[in-house]
Write a protein that binds this ligand. Sequence first.
Ligand code: NAP
Length: 272
Amino acid sequence: MNIPSTTLNNGVEMPLLGLGVNTPRQNNEVQSSIEWALEAGCRLIDTAAAYGNEREVADAIRSSGIPRSDIFITTKVWNEDQGYNRTIRAFNRSLERLGIDVVDLYLIHWPIKEHRHDTWRALEKIYSQGKARAIGVSNHYPAHLDELLTKAQVIPAVNQIELSPYSYLPDILAYHRQKNIQTEGYAPLVRGQKQNDPRLVELAEKHGKSTYQVLIRWSLQHGVVTIPKSVKRERIQENFDVLDFVLSEEDMALLDTFYDNTRIADDPRNIP
Ligand SMILES: NC(=O)c1ccc[n+]([C@@H]2O[C@H](COP(=O)([O-])OP(=O)(O)OC[C@H]3O[C@@H](n4cnc5c(N)ncnc54)[C@H](OP(=O)(O)O)[C@@H]3O)[C@@H](O)[C@H]2O)c1
C-alpha cells in the first residue's frame, strides 16, 4: 500500500499518514506498534524527547529491516530544553538516542515566549548543518508564528497542532497555506472521545467504515498530515486501511461543522 505524501516548502516529501507513539514504554508497546504499523505500510513515526521512547523507536526501525531512508522520523525539543544552547544539546541527545545522523523533521514542541527566537535560531543552525531535513513547530497558532517570523531566516516547514473536526479552525489552516507551512494534525481520533457521536456514526455506517477511519480520512482530505496513535495490531491495521473510500464534499462540509473545541491538550490560544 502506498500512502500519499506531501511536498514540504523545502522540497522534502513527507507521508500524509503516520503513527504517533506518545505511549508509555511498558510491555514493548512502542516496538510492537511500530512493527505493526510498518507492516501496514506506515513510513512516518512521530516521537518526541518528552515521550522518553526515542531508543525504542530506533530499535523498532532497526529490527524492521526497512532502510532508514524509507522512514520519516519526527522528534521534538521539550520545553525545558528551549533556548539556543540547550536546544542544540537536546537535539544531539535525541540524535544519539535515535541512533541516526540526520532526523527528517525536528519540531519545537510548544511555544515558549521567552525562548521564541533563540530556540528557532538553534533549529535553523541544525538545519543549515544538514542534521535535520526539515524543521518546524508544534502547537504554534498564528500569533506565535507571526512573532517567530519577524526574525526567522527559515520558514517552518510544518506546524503540528491538535486537529480533528472538533478542534477545526479553518483560519489556522488558511494561515498555514498562505505561509506555505504544512499542517500536521495530532490526536486526530480525539482519543476515542467522539466514537459514539451519532453524526459520526451515521457517516461511518454510510461508508461501511469505522468512526476512527472517517476521522483519519477527514484529515487526509484536508491535505493534513495525520498521526493516529494505537498500540493494538487490529486498530493500527484499521487506521491505515483508509485509502479505499472517499468522503464526499457534503460529508466533509458536515464534518467541518462539528467544532466544539474538544481538545486533549492545551489550547494554544491561551499560551502567550
Ligand atoms: N505535538 C504535541 O503536543 C502532541 C500532543 C499530543 C499528541 N501528539 C502526537 O499525536 C499522536 C496521536 O495523538 P494521541 O495519541 O494523543 O491521540 P489519538 O491518536 O487521537 O488517539 C489515540 C487513542 O485512541 C485509541 N485508538 C486508536 N485507534 C483506534 C481505533 N481504530 N479504534 C479504537 N480506539 C483507537 C488508542 O488506544 P490504543 O493505543 O489502546 O489502541 C488511544 O487511546 C501522539 O501519539 C503523538 O505522537 C502530539
